[in-house]
Design a binder for this molecule. Structure first.
Ligand SMILES: Nc1ncnc2c1ncn2[C@@H]1O[C@H](COP(=O)(O)OP(=O)(O)OP(=O)(O)O)[C@@H](O)[C@H]1O
Length: 489
């Protein structure tokens, strides 16, 4: 809990913020502990990270003073002089901290704590009061307030209290992100394939910078996984990773999804909405399938990338957001530029650095690790006995061209784990689309083993007997028998 020091006659708003301390205040305030109760181990950062602050108070002058003091640390402050306005703002903007007055006109700020927690569960509320009572402080903390500030307080006290809560919020977000990643089993990003490993290395090297990154590759090769890894490895990791799925939306909805909209700006816009760029402020915006980004909207995206400025749909106010863009596509953007469906200047901005992820059929070295990783994950999820692929199952996977890449392998392993009854996944649990055999793919690269398997299968299919097949293959029947067992047919 942070309490204001007894005032030494405030001479200006900078010396002390808020109304004069009521009589008897010193006794109450000295009875209050002077450390933050809820987050005693949150340090006050030397340079407070800038955040978004909502101040709700019916005293307009005090709100101005709060905004001025907090602007010095780069915070973005929105103010509301009624509780209703404050609740509306809390519902539309992602605030880090709320300074909530105890008495806002005829409304009691403390009674709004549950509603604020509902509207903005991650926002940290500092109760501000001119009338500190220990019981009130305890009640506010019990209702979810993170701290308690007594007015008048000095600008420094306010700034420290806010900085501590922003730091606490960042730490909470970071813990949540890590927990989500652990529970989802975030993929280990490494590869036995030199081209894939080179792409990963370059992506992680770029992560430390703010350079925009373009990830190219077929669908399902892991572009989203790499984009997340770049965010996690970047100095922006504690802020949000927001995704915009470009093909999923019409141009109008995409603009609103990206930049937000004002209430009433189009049919269905029943309230203000913040866009992904605002959510990703300080973090990373992942633009999936950017090749499908509508031409008409491209100038707005270009301006945002260049100037970091944007407007919400139906609201002329210019806003800023500090966002690092990672874009991905499986389309040929150069060809689209020639066709006139993608702007060259936008392409230049997006692919400051670009990497290409090879398709799974060209990184057969990773099949076994990836498949066994999925088997372990799904076996744990579903409580099944499967632990690994059998040798025959692995050989079978190697004959396949994987048009759906890692996503297809993942789905196939999920099914096999659910159906499997043993620790090893048998080859017959894997149903491959015969037309998608690697041999059917012109120019497909594959291992010698996969080639051998396919060749033996083909010869067997065209022979009347095992002996005849062995003869055609130039091996004896017992060798053919062993190979059939190995390959699972
Ligand atoms: N290296 C990896 N380890 C584990 N899982 C992976 C890996 N790469 C991709 N995956 C999984 O494969 C699936 C597809 O990955 P992702 O969505 O990143 O591919 P994409 O290239 O972005 O696909 P699309 O272009 O269709 O959006 C996801 O479920 C992802 O978790």
């Amino acid at each position: 809990m942070t309490t204001a020091a007894p005032p030494r006659r405030p001479s200006s708003p900078q010396a002390s913020l808020g109304t004069a301390r009521p009589q008897g205040m010193d006794i109450v305030s000295s009875a209050l502990p002077t450390t933050t109760m809820e987050t005693p181990d949150v340090p006050t950062p030397a340079t407070p990270p800038p955040g978004r602050v909502l101040a709700i108070d019916d005293d307009g002058r005090l709100l101005q003073n709060f905004a001025m003091a907090l602007a010095r640390d780069g915070h973005k402050v929105e103010t509301a002089d009624t509780l209703a306005d404050g609740l509306r703002l809390a519902a539309t903007w992602p605030f880090d901290v709320c300074l909530l007055d105890h008495d806002i006109g005829s409304d009691a700020g403390i009674d709004a704590l549950p509603r604020l927690a509902e509207l903005a569960p991650r926002m940290r509320v500092i109760m501000v009061t001119a009338n500190a009572q220990i019981e009130q402080a305890v009640r506010a903390l019990a209702l979810g307030a993170a701290d308690y500030l007594v007015k008048p307080c000095s600008p420094d006290q306010l700034r420290i209290a806010v900085a501590r809560q922003i730091e606490a919020r960042r730490l909470r977000d970071r813990v949540d992100t890590l927990e989500r990643e652990v529970s989802r089993g975030t993929p280990e990003l490494s590869s036995r394939n030199p081209a894939m490993q080179a792409a990963i290395d370059m992506a992680l090297q770029v992560a430390a910078t703010d350079a925009n990154l373009l990830i190219l590759g077929e669908s399902g090769t892991g572009k989203g996984v790499v984009a997340r890894a770049v965010h996690r490895a970047s100095p922006r990791a504690s802020a949000e990773f927001a995704t915009v799925n470009c093909p999923a939306l019409t141009a109008e909805l995409l603009e609103s999804e990206l930049f937000g909209h004002a209430k009433g700006s189009f049919t269905g816009a029943v309230q203000n909405a913040v866009g992904r760029v605002s959510h990703a402020d300080g973090g990373t915006l992942f633009m999936d399938e950017v090749g499908d980004f509508p031409l008409a909207l491209q100038p707005k995206l270009l301006r945002f990338i260049q100037d970091k400025e944007y407007e919400r749909v139906g609201d002329p106010a210019t806003r800023k957001a500090d966002v690092r863009i990672v874009a991905a596509t499986n389309r040929d953007l150069d060809a689209m530029v020639v066709e006139g469906t993608f702007r060259l200047d936008l392409l230049y901005r997006l692919n400051v650095i670009s990497i290409t992820l090879p398709p799974l059929r060209e990184r057969q070295e990773d099949l076994e690790d990836l498949a066994n990783g999925f088997i372990r994950r799904y076996a744990a999820d579903y409580g099944r006995p499967a632990r690994r692929l059998s040798a025959a199952a692995l050989s079978k996977l190697r004959t396949y061209a994987w048009p759906g890449n890692v996503r297809e392998l993942q789905n196939m392993m999920e099914r096999a784990v659910i159906l499997g009854r043993d620790e090893e996944i048998a080859a017959d649990l894997l149903t491959l689309d015969a037309t998608r055999r690697a041999e059917a793919m012109p120019g497909a690269l594959m291992s010698l083993e996969a080639l051998e398997r396919m060749h033996i299968e083909r010869v067997l299919a065209q022979s009347d007997s095992l002996d005849a097949a062995a003869k055609t293959l130039g091996i004896d029947a017992s060798t053919l028998y062993r190979k059939r067992k190995l390959y699972g047919f």
